[in-house]
Ligand binder design. Structure first.
Ligand SMILES: Cc1ncc(C[n+]2csc(CCOP(=O)(O)OP(=O)(O)O)c2C)c(N)n1
Ligand SMILES: [Mg+2]
Length: 627
């Protein structure tokens, strides 16, 4: 007879989770390292009690906002190479639906996170319970069903024994490099507290191998043939290079073949910025070097990329009439994009196999091609230098100058985190990435507010490294809550707030599409009813200080140098606050080198929109559908 243990569903789940491990390349680690939680109706007596009872096996982190807890878990998972993550438990109702944004972000970015929202009573003794949405036509729907489309696996545990297959499936998906993303186990609160006789084997240590599938021989042979036939090949490195830890394999591939490597936001840092084959960011926020190579490439080799509209300049970037795509991707769905030839494999395995074959053939690009991109790259570097240059250190910096000051301060150990605003574009064009994981941009969901909680997650995974959250004023206001968490736990994140009184990025975009910056400045309403009055007297530095952070205010470039150096050396959570020049205008970085499709009004009375539409139609006419 199998021996059993009598535990509640919540207790069994916590014990089960604390015994799950991942393994890849001979390294084994805990899959669910800790659990974040905000308690309320729906988890306080179930999972809350279980976590209290098992604090030794399952560390608990207290958060302030459910969405932010998911961001922290995602930051931790990304920094851990997707081999370890956190769980997040919430109450029912608003606590649960606050997870939706975080879940979408995790799923889009292929980052594992386990969500454990409380749910309405399975036994329905007194509907509606507090915070229950009643759906008259469907008794089995709760607000947690909002999590279905943003989850890679969803189950509702309406009976204790259903936890067994469901928990195993949840682990399968979290550790599958193709499938991984948000995984949701909705837990009706009566079931959480219900006891059951669990088979002991459920709690035995279990190791999930994170696989590295190699390429199919025919696909590989075809890929080698395509590369050997190409005159102007270009690699586009995406986030899959990092997820697979394929940076060294990519460097070897690039050095062997001389093929230049451009990168997406998620892939930046795949090669160090000073690697001869690194040509920087590609697409709408890319460098002139990479975008010119993309325009003229006859073969684009996508490695671990989803080809978002930023990367393809909304279908207008790849202009060579003969261009073909070869997509090394572990997910067939992405491998087939742009009617490309798929090479379905783990990025590292696939690159190693390609390099070996191409080396056998002694394949290398023409020296003239290498000279061309090397010289172009040198010209772009001079533009970066010009953006960073400071003539008058006693004036307010521009945003690129802020990045220049940070650039001069950091080394390989620093990690910079950002997700939205004008910073992603500036960073993609300008930032000189010094290590494989220095550039932490969340640009799959580009979610304002990701930065601060993600920094806590990253710092938890990399406690000895300086971790910087870079935020605009709009982003800061969206989610400053987790500063309190960093202060409480002594997580010494560094926060850089860039104040420009509103949404500079969207303001610039609005202007370019005939929107006249409508609704994008943080200014008083003027007498004519528009938001064009003076800037608001909001003091974000005082706000951060009120939440417990040490705050350094920098008025000039000179102050900023000192403040950032002091923050870098600090071992408590420290914020640097700086106001940049030219409040409502563009940031001062080089303009976009490629288009991005934001449809402009087809009919309008205001001349700005009419003019913008003309330009829009010209761009649309250059779009290609690759077949
Ligand atoms: C949660 C969320 N809401 C809205 C947006 C759309 N959006 C992108 S950037 C931006 C403005 C960001 O302002 P700020 O952080 O001050 O940066 P700035 O543009 O001034 O550099 C907005 C509203 C978003 N990305 N995320
Ligand atoms: Mg701003």
């Amino acid at each position: 007879m199998t021996s059993t243990t009598r535990l509640t569903v919540a207790q069994a789940l916590v014990r089960f989770l604390s015994a799950q491990y991942t393994e890849r390349d001979g390294v084994r680690q805990r899959l669910i390292q800790a659990t974040w939680g905000i308690f309320g109706h729906g988890n306080v007596a179930g999972l809350g009690q279980a976590l209290l009872e098992h604090t030794d096996e399952m560390p608990y982190h207290q958060g302030r906002n459910e969405q932010a807890m998911v961001h922290a878990a995602v930051g931790y998972a990304r920094q851990s190479g997707r081999l370890s993550t956190h769980a997040v438990t919430t109450s029912i109702g608003p606590g649960a639906t606050n997870l939706v944004t975080g879940a979408a972000l995790a799923t889009i970015n292929h980052l594992p996170v386990l969500l454990l929202p409380g749910d309405v009573f399975a036994t329905r003794p007194a509907d509606p319970v507090l915070q229950q949405l009643e759906v008259p036509y469907a008794g089995d729907v709760s607000v947690n069903d909002c999590l279905r489309p943003v989850s890679k696996y969803f189950d509702r545990i309406t009976r204790p024994e259903a936890l067994i297959p469901s928990a195993l499936n949840a682990m399968r998906v979290l550790t599958d490099p193709v499938e991984t993303g948000a995984v949701t186990l909705a837990l009706p609160q009566d079931v959480q507290a219900e006891a059951y006789d669990w088979p002991e084997e459920l709690f035995a240590e279990r190791t999930w191998t994170v696989r590295r599938p190699g390429a199919d021989p025919e696909e590989l042979a075809g890929a080698v043939h395509m590369i050997r036939a190409a005159k102007r090949p270009l690699v586009i490195a995406g986030g899959g290079v990092h997820h697979s830890r394929a940076e060294e394999a990519l460097a070897e591939f690039a050095e062997t073949t001389g093929i230049p490597v451009a990168s997406t936001q998620a892939g930046k840092g795949s090669l160090r910025h000073d690697h001869p084959q690194d040509v920087g960011g590609v697409g709408h926020t890319g460098t002139a070097t990479a975008d010119e190579l993309a325009r003229t490439a006859d073969l684009v080799i996508g490695v671990g990329t989803r080809y978002t509209d930023f990367t393809t300049a909304s279908g207008t970037l790849f202009g060579n009439p003969d261009v073909r795509f070869l997509n090394l991707n572990i997910a067939p769905f992405d491998g087939h994009k742009l009617a490309g030839r798929p090479l379905v494999a783990d990025a590292r395995s696939g690159l190693e196999e390609l390099t070996e074959r191409l080396r056998m053939h002694g394949h290398r690009v023409a020296p003239s091609y290498a000279t061309e991109y090397t010289e172009d790259k040198e010209r772009w570097e001079q533009r970066v230098d010009a953006c960073y240059e400071v003539d008058e250190p006693d004036t307010r910096p521009t945003q690129p100058q802020v990045l220049g000051v940070l650039d001069a301060l950091v080394d390989e150990s620093d990690i910079i985190i950002n997700a939205a605003g004008s910073l992603p574009g500036d960073l993609h064009k300008l930032w000189r990435t010094r290590s494989r994981d220095q550039y932490h941009l969340e640009y799959g969901y580009s979610c304002m507010g990701y930065e601060i909680p993600a920094a806590i997650g990253v710092k938890t995974a990399a406690p000895d490294r300086p971790v910087w959250a870079l935020v605009g004023d709009g982003t800061y206001l969206m989610m400053p809550t987790e500063i309190v968490t960093a202060v409480q736990e002594g997580v010494a994140i560094k926060l850089l707030i860039i104040q420009n009184h509103g949404y500079a990025s969207i303001g610039g975009l609005s202007e370019s599409v005939g929107g006249e910056r409508f609704g994008t400045a943080y200014r008083y309403r003027s007498e004519d009813g528009t938001h064009t009055g003076p800037p608001l007297p909001v003091d974000l530095a005082a706000n951060a200080a009120s939440l417990g952070m040490r705050v350094l205010r920098a008025k000039t470039v000179r102050d900023l140098r000192e403040a950032l150096a002091e923050a870098r050396a600090a071992d408590t959570p420290t914020c640097v606050y700086v106001e940049t020049q030219t409040a409502d205008t563009v940031s001062g970085a080089p303009p976009a080198q490629a288009w991005w499709d934001v449809p402009v009004a087809e009919t309008a009375t205001r001349p700005s929109a009419v003019k913008a539409r003309e330009l829009y139609e010209r761009h649309v006419s250059t779009r290609r559908r690759h077949l």
